[in-house]
Structures are given as structure tokens and as C-alpha cells.
Design a protein around this ligand. Structure first.
Ligand SMILES: Nc1ncnc2c1ncn2[C@@H]1O[C@H](COP(=O)(O)OP(=O)(O)O)[C@@H](O)[C@H]1O
Ligand SMILES: [Mg+2]
Length: 264
């Protein structure tokens, strides 16, 4: 530990330029499960759609300051952190203004490093800092991957699951070469798995061939309760702790902890 007073924790980006693959759902529910296991977790919502913000119970219309102000350098992360209903799970909200940031940062020095610099200054003992990326490979995702130690790629078990993956991997490679040599692909998580279809099994086979050990053994099932929880502003862990989705995200959290050398 270089600094005895605060630890930055491990920074993990949840990225996939495809929308609707389970990035936000995984950031929220893995984060909540890990918080329940004694980790202190910050989730940075870096998507202008603000699904993670609202999924954690924050009314996006009432957000005064958000990650947008942090990107502009007008606020520190500490100034915009909000609590959630889960102990040790905190969130940096997003807002729709963030959609303009890609243009607003164009002329700025170190525009790819705004988020990394903000996280460097974070003054709190987080074990984990999650960054929920938007569904694109634009400047926000570049900022997230430049700030991150690791990237987790959620992959929806559906027909075109692996489409676009090579583009994502090329982008990650370019970031490793040019901006952040520390970045590593921590893993891929299969989401919305429907065990009644053979397609889902095929997709998960392909993901395993592609990612080897880095594919998580835990697979997240498609369940109605997981889709319902965000409209109640709660992670599945508190919304319906005995549901299949909650069990799966707890299993994912145990696997995550084992992989990170934290006792599971
Ligand atoms: N395992 C799941 N079972 C059912 N619905 C899910 C599951 N995971 C995510 N969803 C729903 O699918 C939609 C897209 O998920 P989301 O996490 O927002 O994807 P992304 O952040 O990649 O765009 C949301 O409406 C979400 O509630
Ligand atoms: Mg999302």
C-alpha cells in the first residue's frame, strides 16, 4: 500500500459496447452481493441512461451533481457520492447531461484520463470501485478502461452474443498499448441464460472456448425477478434474497472473491 491512510481499491470496468447485455445489472448485483460479504464497494454510473443510478434507488430527476461534473473537473468523486439502501454500497450517480461529455471533452488536455485522475483523488477506503460503462466504445468507455485495473465483460446468452466481441477486444488492446498497460481482462460473465434453450448452451460453450479460464463458471439465469428489481430501486439481494437471481449473483461474488485471493 503506497498510501497508509486511504486505499484506492481495485477498479473494475463493466464493458461491452452492446446495450442490454447485463452490464448495469451485473455491476449492481455483484456489487451488492460483495458489499454483503464485507467489501466496501463504490459503483460509478458512467452511462448517460442512468440505469444503475435509478436501479439503486436514486431518482435521476433529483440528481444535482453527477459523474458529469466530475468529468468536467468541477466536482471531486467524494463530492458526488451517494449512499444506497445497502450498507457499504455507494454510488456516483449519472445524469442525462453526460451524453454531451464526449463533445465537451474533445479539446481538453488528457481527455482520456479524466476519470482515472478523479479516482486517483478518491478519499475513502473502498475495496472495489466498479465503473458501469455505456453501450459504446466512445470517450466515456475509453476513460473507464484507462482508469481500470480490470475489465469484466458481461455477455448475453443469445444468438449474436459474440458479435462485436473482437472489436471490443481490439479496443481493450489499444488501451493497454497506449493508455493503460495495467489493464487486464478479468473475465466474461454469461447473463440472461435460459436453460431451456440449446442456443444458450452453445453460446456459453463458445464463450468458454474464447475466454478459457477467464470465463466465469457462474452463469446468471434469465429471471423475471432480476428484471423487476431495478424498478423498485433495489439490488436483487434485498428485493428477493432467496430468488434464483440472488443466489446466482451471490455465487458470482464468491467466485469473484476466490479469483481475487479474498477468502470466499
Ligand atoms: N438475468 C436477467 N434476467 C432477466 N432480465 C435481465 C437480466 N439481466 C438484465 N436484465 C434486464 O435486461 C435489461 C438490460 O440489462 P442491463 O443490465 O440494463 O444491460 P446493459 O447495462 O448492458 O445495457 C434490463 O431491463 C434488465 O433489467
Ligand atoms: Mg447499462
Amino acid at each position: 500500500m503506497s498510501d497508509p491512510t486511504t486505499r484506492r481499491g481495485t477498479v473494475i470496468a463493466f464493458a461491452n459496447q452492446k446495450g442490454g447485455v447485463g452490464k448495469s445489472t451485473t455491476a449492481i448485483n455483484l456489487g451488492a452481493a460483495l458489499a454483503g460479504m464485507g467489501e466496501r464497494v463504490l459503483i460509478i454510473d458512467a452511462d448517460p441512461q442512468s440505469n444503475t443510478t435509478s436501479g439503486l434507488g436514486i431518482d435521476r430527476r433529483l440528481v444535482e451533481h453527477s459523474i458529469y461534473d466530475v468529468f468536467l473537473g468541477d466536482k471531486t468523486l467524494n463530492e458526488v457520492i451517494e449512499p444506497t439502501s445497502v450498507r457499504d454500497l455507494l454510488v456516483v450517480p449519472s445524469s442525462i447531461d453526460l451524453a454531451a461529455i464526449e463533445i465537451e471533452l474533445v479539446a481538453r488536455f488528457s481527455r482520456e484520463r479524466q476519470l482515472a485522475m478523479a479516482i486517483e483523488k478518491l478519499d475513502d477506503d473502498f475495496d472495489l470501485v466498479f465503473i458501469d460503462c455505456p453501450p459504446s466504445l466512445g470517450l466515456i468507455t475509453v476513460n473507464a478502461l484507462t482508469a481500470a485495473d480490470e475489465v469484466i465483460i458481461p455477455i448475453q446468452a443469445e444468438y449474436y452474443a459474440l458479435e462485436g466481441l473482437s472489436q471490443l477486444l481490439r479496443s481493450i488492446n489499444a488501451i493497454q498499448t497506449n493508455l493503460n498497460p495495467r489493464l487486464k481482462i478479468e473475465g466474461a460473465v454469461i447473463t440472461m441464460y435460459d436453460r431451456r434453450t440449446t442456443l444458450a448452451a452453445d453460446v456459453s460453450q463458445q464463450v468458454r472456448e474464447h475466454f478459457g479460464d477467464r470465463a466465469y463458471g457462474t452463469v446468471i439465469p434469465r429471471t423475471v425477478r432480476l428484471a423487476e428489481a431495478p424498478s423498485f430501486g433495489e439490488p436483487i439481494e434485498s428485493f428477493d434474497p432467496s430468488s434464483r437471481g440472488a443466489v446466482a449473483y451471490r455465487a458470482l461474488a464468491h467466485e469473484f472473491r476466490r479469483r481475487h485471493g479474498r477468502s470466499a
